[in-house]
Design a protein around this ligand. Structure first.
Ligand SMILES: Nc1nc2c(ncn2[C@@H]2O[C@H](COP(=O)(O)OP(=O)(O)OP(=O)(O)O)[C@@H](O)[C@H]2O)c(=O)[nH]1
Ligand SMILES: [Mg+2]
Length: 201
């Protein structure tokens, strides 16, 4: 897939505000601060398209970006940020749950995991929830530049074992800082989610 255009369309506080144009949506989920917004900027080659912050909990809305005028990338709020109030945490969790259950155009979820950390209970719950909802998932290990190359496989193994992923289920390693793994991720998105009518020739 080649990304020719990427445009911010809107931020939604509620799934009722999602576009009703029938275009497919590919969403990005993961713990707060795992690098969702940074990865979206790198994938679309638009620095500043999605807001990035060193402070976890930056993205608290469902943000939609129209890609190639044919489908959306959706930046979801991060889950599991300890410093937001319990009420806020519940609201964000509910927003993500409602999105997955009620967005009829969701064709796939890119699930991001910081390569340095063992997946949390919430990461596991999210994975199980996506399986239950029959949403295809592609796993991505982010911030691969933060782990020395000799240790990366060990970290991927921990992620694979904690999430009980089959060998056939890929985990794509990326670094938004070093721009590595980006082509591989776009190819995997194509192979896993994108229908022929979304292809750019
Ligand atoms: N070293 C390194 N830092 C990264 C990478 N990707 C993101 N970061 C940093 O991690 C922090 C969080 O990045 P975001 O992209 O805002 O993370 P997010 O998942 O969108 O966070 P929320 O919106 O809070 O859920 C920022 O300080 C980024 O600069 C990466 O590949 N390598
Ligand atoms: Mg974000």
């Amino acid at each position: 897939m080649k990304i020719l255009s990427a445009t911010f369309i809107k931020s939604c506080t509620n799934v009722s505000q999602l576009p009703s144009d029938g275009l497919p949506q590919i969403a990005f989920c993961g713990r707060s601060n795992c690098g969702k917004s940074s990865l979206l900027n790198v994938l679309t080659s638009r620095r500043g398209l999605a807001k990035v912050s060193r402070t976890p909990g930056r993205t608290q809305l469902i943000n939609l970006f129209l890609i190639n005028e044919k489908f959306y990338f959706v930046d979801l709020p991060g889950f599991g940020f300890a410093r937001v109030t319990r009420k806020k945490k519940e609201e964000l969790g509910e927003m993500i749950t409602a999105y997955v259950q009620q967005a009829p155009e969701l064709i796939g979820m890119v699930s991001l995991l910081d390569i340095r950390h063992k997946p949390s209970v919430q990461d596991r719950i999210m994975d199980e929830f996506l399986i239950e909802e029959e949403i295809p998932v592609l796993h991505v290990a982010t911030k691969s530049d933060k782990v020395g190359s000799s240790k990366r496989e060990k970290h991927l193994k921990i992620i694979r074992e904690t999430l009980k992923l089959e060998k056939s289920n890929p985990i794509i390693k990326v670094s938004s800082l070093k721009y590595t793994g980006i082509k591989e991720l776009l190819r995997a998105i194509d192979e896993n989610f994108v229908r022929p009518d979304l292809e750019v020739s």
